[in-house]
Structures are given as C-alpha cells and as structure tokens.
Design a protein around this ligand. Structure first.
Ligand SMILES: Nc1ncnc2c1ncn2[C@@H]1O[C@H](COP(=O)(O)OP(=O)(O)OP(=O)(O)O)[C@@H](O)[C@H]1O
Ligand SMILES: [Mg+2]
Length: 268
C-alpha cells in the first residue's frame, strides 16, 4: 500500500487560497498526492473541500497559491487543458442523462466536463474507435462489478447506482489522477463499502491516484485509504494515516458535534 515519498507527486497543492468577495472559502491549503495513492479528503460542511477541487480542476481561478499536476504548473490552465494531462473529476451532485442507458451514459463524456458539446466528440469517432470505446465501457462496468446494469435506463437507478455509473464515466478516459467529490453521499452502507473496496482494487491494479472527498469521518477511517487530508475552516488540520487521524485530538475536537452518520442517511 502507498508509495515511497521519493516518487514525484502527481498532484501538488501549495498555499492554495480562494476568496469569494469577502468570504475566504479556502485560506491556506497544501498537500500532495503521490502516484498510486488512494487518499481521503475530509472536513466539516463548508470547510472548502469542493472549492479546493474546483480550483484544482480549473473551474475556479484561485486567489493565491500554486497547483502542479504531473509536474506541470496547472495554476492558470483551462479545465480542458488540465483534463488532457490525464485528470478527471466527478461532481458532488451527480447528473446522468436520465433517458439514456448506463452504457450510453458511459459513452457520452460527462456534462460540464469540459467540452462545449458532448455529442460532437461521439460523432467524430471512427467505427473502430467507437468499438474500442464500447469495449472500454463494458470493461469499466466489469471493474465496478456492475456489468448487469449496462442496459438499464439511468432514470431507473437508485442514488447509489447513479453514483457508481458516474464513477464509471469518470474512468472512461483512463485517467491517471481521479478526484471524486463525495461519491458515496446518500449511498446505502453496503454499496458505499463496495464502491470503496472496488476503488482500492482499481488503484492497486492500475496505479491510478485517487483523491476522494467524504464527509463522514467514521466511514473513511474504515476504508483502507493510504492517507487522509483533514480540512477545517479553509485550512489543513492534519495529513496522516487513518491511525494517526484517529488519535489526533484536534481532529476529534473539530468533529465534535459534526455528523457521525453512516452513508445512506441522506439522499440527493
Ligand atoms: N461559487 C461560490 N460563490 C460564493 N461562495 C461559495 C461558492 N462556492 C462555495 N462557496 C462558499 O465557500 C465555502 C466552502 O464551500 P465548499 O462547497 O467548498 O465546502 P465543502 O467543504 O465542499 O462543503 P460540503 O461538505 O457541504 O460539500 C462555503 O461557505 C460556501 O458557501
Ligand atoms: Mg462539497
């Protein structure tokens, strides 16, 4: 599990700051993700997790600080340029094409990410490229252990299954770095565990790096991530292994009064 600290980070965030008018959503955030690392990003509601993701993926310009992806300065890159480096993300609120099947959803690049017309890229595919993409889509469903869902309409899926398809969609381009924003929020406990187990397996088998936002501390501590980055009020409280996080007094205090619900308690 994990990698040697000598490996070049695939993502390096240094002194990131993001202000919205007078509101400082992210004050000073620095952390790294190494190759093949599976990392949790956790913190109370409103502490700046999604804003951090939005700055990394180029959807927001940061107020200050630096972001390097695969050793390249991504601070001023557009979202599509960042994506071309081998980076993909999901959004906190999953939006599938409801009247399409699961496999069709995998074939269409996700909305907001980052092409003006998602259908244009499909129309341009040659038939062999189309076949390759279809084979890839079935492989992804196999990896996520849901090949039987291929021909279900997205509108028929539960919230948890939709999240799973959204993860599948993010894996279609074979990213080297994947950022997932609360992929199991609202997902029933057993499926949430299965999703994490699958992600762990995919990280170990493919060497991809995954950074995953999860709001539930108790849950993430049990998921076999390599490291946890704990944020609070726009700052990093600590970075450590699950064991180190579990025994950190400051973390425990930041979470006193915070939700300790199992995933599955809420539905989008
Ligand atoms: N586009 C925006 N304009 C203004 N304020 C914003 C914007 N996006 C986020 N904020 C504010 O920035 C702060 C951090 O929000 P953010 O969504 O990053 O938190 P989060 O840690 O992802 O929270 P949650 O766990 O609820 O998803 C919040 O106070 C939020 O209201
Ligand atoms: Mg968020």
């Amino acid at each position: 599990m994990g990698v040697s600290p000598l490996s070049e980070p695939v993502l390096k965030v240094e002194n990131l700051r993001k202000e919205f008018g007078g509101l400082v959503a992210v004050k000073d955030v620095s952390f790294e993700v190494g190759p093949g690392e599976f990392i949790g990003l956790i913190g109370p509601n409103g502490c700046g997790k999604s804003t951090t993701f939005n700055c990394i993926s180029g959807l927001l310009d940061q107020t200050a600080g630096n972001i390097e992806i695969f050793g390249k300065d991504a601070s001023n890159m557009r979202p599509d340029q960042i994506q071309n480096l081998g980076f993909t993300r999901t959004f906190q609120h999953t939006r599938l094409w409801r009247q399409m099947t699961v496999i069709e959803n995998l074939l269409v690049p996700p909305r907001d990410q980052f092409k003006p017309n998602p259908f244009a890229s499909i129309l341009q595919l040659s038939s062999s490229a189309e076949e390759e993409r279809l084979a890839r889509a079935y492989d992804v469903l196999e990896q996520l252990e849901v090949p039987h869902m291929a021909h279900n309409l997205a509108s028929e899926l539960s919230g948890g299954q939709s999240k799973l398809v959204d993860i599948g969609r993010s894996m279609m381009g074979d990213p080297k770095l994947l950022l997932l924003d609360e992929p199991v929020a609202g997902v029933a406990g057993p499926l949430a565990m299965k999703i994490f187990n699958n992600l762990r397996k995919i990280v170990d088998e493919t060497g991809i790096s995954v950074l995953i936002i999860e709001h539930n501390m108790d849950f993430i501590l049990r998921q076999g991530v390599d490291k946890i980055v704990v944020m609070n009020e726009g700052e990093i409280l600590m970075v450590g292994t699950p064991d180190e996080v579990r025994s950190n007094r400051e973390v425990i205090e930041a979470y006193l009064g915070a939700s300790g619900d199992e995933p599955g308690g809420e539905e989008e």
